[in-house]
Design a protein around this ligand. Structure first.
Ligand SMILES: [Zn+2]
Length: 274
C-alpha cells in the first residue's frame, strides 16, 4: 500500500502526531510508503529523514501557497533540486478556498494579507510564473498536483503539462468541496491525462459527501483512480485505517475491489516513485 497524501505535525493546524508517529502507523500497517504533504512548508527534508530512518518510500514536496510565495518558480526549484517529487498548486490559499470560507493561514495571523492565488484562465497574469513551474516539474519528471484550483484551471494545467511533457498529473481530490467538480467534469479531466484522487478525508468530513457520490467519481476515473487518506487530523482515524475505511466504503458502493486495491498501491506508487 502507498498513501499519496497525509499530514503530520509540525503544522499550523493540529495533527494526529508528529512525522515519526505517522510513520509508525504506516510501518505497523506494512505500507510501502507515503507522501507527506504540508500546506505551508516544504516536506522534502522531513520526508528524506523519514525515508532514511525507516527504509520506506517517503516522498515530499512543496505547496505553492502564500508562505511559498504563491506561484513561485523559486520555491518549486528549491524543492525539486533538493529531491522533492511533487509540487502542489495552491491549496489553502487558492482563490477557491477563500470563496468557500475554508481555513487559511491568514485566518490565524491577521497581519497577513488575504492574498489568493490562481492560474489561467482565472488569473491570466500568472501564466509566465505557472509555466516556469511546469517546465521545472517536467525537467525533474516530478508530479504536478492541482491543489484546490478550479476545474477550468485544472484543464489549463493539463493542457500546458502536455506541452511541457509532464507525465505525472494528479488531480487533487477534484470532488471535494474545493474544487467541487461533478463526475462528468472529473471524467473529462481524466481523459485529458489526469489521475483522479479520492480521499478518506472526503468520506469522513466533507459536508454532503456519500460513498455513493465517491463511487460515481471512482467510476468516472476508471483506471486513473488514486485513493489516499489525506488524514492526519486529530479527529480522523490513523491514516492507514482511514484509507482502509475508504476502500471498504467504495467496495460496498459497488466499486471493484481489485481496482480499489490498485488505486491505493501500484497506481500511486507508479505515479510518485517510478
Ligand atoms: Zn491534504
Amino acid at each position: 500500500m502507498f498513501d499519496c497524501h497525509v499530514h503530520a505535525a509540525p503544522d499550523v493546524l493540529d495533527r494526529i502526531g508528529e512525522d515519526v508517529d505517522v510513520l509508525d502507523h504506516y510501518w505497523k500497517s506494512e505500507f510501502d510508503g507515503f507522501v507527506l504533504k504540508g500546506h505551508y512548508e516544504s516536506t522534502v527534508g522531513r520526508a528524506r529523514a523519514l525515508a532514511r530512518m525507516s527504509g520506506m518510500n517517503v516522498v515530499g514536496g512543496v505547496t505553492l501557497n502564500q508562505a511559498a510565495g504563491g506561484i513561485n518558480p523559486a520555491s518549486a526549484a528549491a524543492a525539486l533540486i533538493a529531491g522533492g517529487r511533487v509540487v502542489w498548486m495552491p491549496t489553502a490559499d487558492a482563490h477557491t478556498q477563500e470563496t468557500a470560507g475554508l481555513p487559511r493561514l491568514c485566518d490565524r495571523e491577521d497581519r497577513l494579507e488575504r492574498t489568493v492565488f490562481a492560474v489561467p484562465p482565472v488569473e491570466p497574469a500568472a501564466a509566465t510564473a505557472a509555466e516556469q513551474v511546469l517546465a521545472l516539474i517536467a525537467d525533474h519528471d516530478a508530479v504536478l498536483a492541482t491543489g484546490h484550483l478550479s476545474g477550468a484551471e485544472c484543464a489549463w494545467l493539463l493542457d500546458r503539462a502536455k506541452y511541457y511533457g509532464i507525465r505525472r498529473v494528479l488531480l487533487t481530490h477534484p470532488s471535494y468541496t474545493v474544487p467541487g467538480l461533478n463526475p462528468a467534469q472529473v471524467r473529462e479531466l481524466a481523459d485529458a491525462g489526469g489521475f483522479v484522487e479520492i480521499t478518506a478525508y472526503q468520506l469522513l468530513h466533507q459536508p454532503g459527501c456519500s460513498a455513493e457520490m465517491l463511487a460515481e467519481v471512482a467510476r468516472a476515473a476508471g483506471s486513473r483512480l488514486v485513493l489516499s487518506s489525506d488524514a492526519g487530523q486529530p479527529d480522523s482515524p490513523p491514516p492507514p485505517e482511514a484509507l482502509g475505511q475508504l476502500i471498504d466504503a467504495l467496495a460496498r458502493a459497488g466499486v471493484d475491489r481489485r481496482t480499489l486495491a490498485e488505486a491505493a498501491s501500484t497506481v500511486p506508487a507508479e505515479l510518485f516513485l517510478n
